[in-house]
Design a protein around this ligand. Sequence first.
Ligand code: NAD
Ligand code: UD1
Length: 339
Amino acid sequence: MRKILVTGGAGYIGSHTCVELLEAGHEIIIYDNFSNSSPLAIKRIEEITGKAINFVSGDILDQKTLEQTIHLYNCDTVIHFAGLKSVGESTSDPISYYENNVAGTLSLLKAMKSLNVKNIVFSSSATVYGQPQFLPLTETHPLSTTNPYGNSKLVIENILRDVFASSPDWSITILRYFNPAGAHSSGLIGEDPLDTPNNLMPYVAQVAIGKLKELTVFGNDYDTPDGTGVRDYIHVTDLARGHLKAIEQIGESQCLEINLGTGVGYSVIDIVNAFKKASNKEVPFKFAPRRKGDVATCFANPNYAKQTLGWEATLGIDDMCKDHWKWQETNPNGYNPAE
Ligand code: NAD
Ligand code: UD1
């Protein structure tokens, strides 16, 4: 059993991971500034697991509070989700992205080092592969990025590799997520975008429930089976279980980069059709030009995750749509019932 500091644990992927960690018997302390989440998510995790949760309302830029928290709860491991994640926003406000993501991670690493805590699992993204040079994407694919959000992830990865090179007593697992989707099967926790969603699945869900009029499909002239972009969507519960596996094997001297994807690609139109089936609602859409910075196709080779973690995705696109819809239908305003 580990004592885990979960930065960003109230967020979308963090909250689902906390459920899996608690159900497996680990102790967790959520550390979040709630800049993109709600304390209600923590209540819901408690409701799902029947366990009381320790949490600290704090910023990862605040090294002192991080140190106090790690010390107070005697944490031996950190899972680091906290950060900003919108590609568009990162282009208009790069300083906030480098500050929260890069400076925030440095502050966390300094706090960990000062207390001799050297086990960390970090949330990276398939965005670090840039424009795919071959598919499926293996962890050895060359790294490159096209926007400040992606740059911040790559810089953090490089920092972690340098930390390990300087002190091999660290145990570092860098998880590169493909496209998280879906929600917990209870419908109690899920993704709660503060503004109009940028990502496909939450956008489709809000069209299905009638909050948004129609989906704009960015590009129907890609070199893909139906002309629309193809991605590797992964159920957030599968992703959460990947973190559990990562925690189970952390502690060895290591610095690993591991893809968390399914290995299967679906197009935008596949997602629209699967969501219509799961929700029994219409999802009207129109075609528009390609979105700047998008790639045609992106999917993982998930073999290394199976080899190193003994993990593979078990849930498919129908589960993702069914669970996403349950969350959307029972929480039409996310965690904000007053809206
Ligand atoms: P999210 O926004 O739902 O969760 C991030 C959490 O971190 C939020 O609860 C937010 O309040 C908190 N946070 C942000 N800045 C903070 C700070 N300075 N101090 C303390 N807390 C802070 O995002 P998510 O989808 O759960 O993503 C989690 C991580 O995974 C992020 O690092 C993200 O970049 C990465 N990631 C996400 C995706 C995706 O599509 N969701 C894909 C690849 C990688
Ligand atoms: C986006 C980010 C990526 C980030 C990932 C995780 C960009 C360019 N990339 O990836 O860096 O790691 O989210 O959250 O923002 N689509 C539509 N209409 C929409 C929304 C999306 O047609 O309203 C299409 C896109 O063109 C794409 C697919 O749906 O083909 C998936 O898009 P999205 O969910 O935004 O994810 P990515 O673009 O893969």
